[in-house]
Design a protein. Structure first.
Length: 151
């Protein structure tokens, strides 16, 4: 066996293991409320220019690449789950926001998010390009979900 073949085999086994910088990137990414560029800089990636100032464009590029790697996404999801952020908890919070009446702008935003999650904005199109559902059909569907006053 050649050295080249052994290196390839070793790489295949190691590609799903995060480096220390990748783990730190994930942790800083969550600490900084999703600022991936800052997470790259804080994690210690070599993004400094000759004058010592971080190259934010390079950091953004590395961050973007990191967020496309499945094993990094998997690790981020495991950190979120460990922190109690999961689909069930988000569903409960979304339900609370939709059913509350204290903050109507938050309520509308929650309804918008819910509709996006359910794919309700992607109405099927006819051959003419117009939506097949009418406003009356939408209102009738909403009345089943929300108690709307009859006018």
């Amino acid at each position: 066996m050649s050295k080249y073949y052994l290196v390839q085999v070793a790489f295949l086994f190691m590609k799903d293991k995060l480096t220390l910088k990748q783990k730190l990137f994930c942790e800083y990414y969550l600490e900084s409320s999703g600022n991936a560029t800052e997470a790259v800089i804080k994690a210690g990636y070599n993004v400094s220019r000759k004058n010592g100032v971080p190259d934010r464009i390079l950091a953004k590029s590395i961050a973007s690449e990191n967020l496309t790697k499945p094993y990094i996404i998997k690790y981020l999801n495991s950190l979120l789950e460990a922190g109690g952020l999961n689909d069930a908890m988000v569903s409960v919070q979304l339900f609370f926001m939709i059913t509350q009446d204290a903050d109507l702008s938050a309520k509308l935003k929650a309804i918008d998010i819910y509709n996006k999650l359910k794919g309700r904005y992607n109405h099927p199109k006819t051959s003419s390009g117009y939506q097949t559902e009418t406003m009356e059909e939408d209102v009738a569907r909403l009345r089943k979900i929300l108690p709307l006053p009859d006018h």
